[in-house]
Design a protein around this ligand. Structure first.
Ligand code: BEZ
Length: 207
């Protein structure tokens, strides 16, 4: 069955471009973004993996590790990395797993045969420090993902994990947030000092 939000992210051990990785041990108490791509030496994937390398420092500053995976071999990944670096103008700085056995693809339900018979689709899992799945995304082969949006969701996940708030439509860091509906007005005053009541169920505040 497909992984659902709140499920434990399955552990695995696999070879990568940065050596053998035991996922939970490698991740430690960081957040992680595990994402699959269909195939090495393909155009959309080349842009996605390069762009993610450009974001890696920002993810690291947010206590978040990035890990890519496809069913290609580590030798293929290593040969492809030079193309990514050359065409995207970035040094690859995170591991790419070679899942030739498809163990990870199966654990995370990354192969959708009606889209691509034997290759992983564009899956994304954001995983919290306690190894729980907090976000799942699935994109088709022909559509590159928006990794700025994945960073935005990470920001929301980290904020809402630490404060009694939710983030509204199109929220970005610094915007007003929604006071958790479960919080009484008294508790909200204690937590935030002040807030605006638009409707009894819609209260916002500035952090
Ligand atoms: C691509 O990355 O461009 C791609 C990969 C597999 C199928 C279609 C497109």
């Amino acid at each position: 069955m497909a992984l659902r939000l709140g499920d434990e992210a399955p552990d695995f051990t696999a070879n990568s471009t940065q050596g053998e990785i035991s996922f939970h041990a490698w991740k430690g108490d960081s957040w992680a973004i595990l994402f699959s791509h269909p195939k090495d030496f393909t155009p959309v994937c080349t842009t996605e993996l390069g762009y993610t390398a450009k974001l890696a420092d920002r993810f690291a500053a947010k206590n978040t590790k990035v890990l890519a995976v496809s069913v290609d071999s580590v030798d293929d990944h290593n040969a492809w990395v030079g193309d990514i670096e050359e065409t995207q103008g970035v040094a690859m700085n995170y591991p790419i797993i070679g899942d030739t056995s498809r163990e990870i693809a199966e654990l995370y339900d990354m192969i959708h045969p009606n889209e691509l018979e034997t290759l992983t689709v564009r899956s994304v899992f954001v995983i919290s420090p306690d190894h729980k799945v907090k976000l799942t995304l699935t994109y088709p082969a022909s559509t590159g993902r928006n990794f700025d949006e994945i960073e935005r969701v990470l920001d929301s996940l980290q904020l809402t994990a630490s404060r009694p708030v939710a983030t509204p439509v199109n929220w970005t860091p610094g915007d007003d947030v929604i006071v958790s509906p479960g919080l009484s007005d008294e508790a909200a005053t204690e937590e935030f000092g002040s807030f605006v009541t638009h409707k009894p169920y819609l209260r916002t505040t500035t952090l």
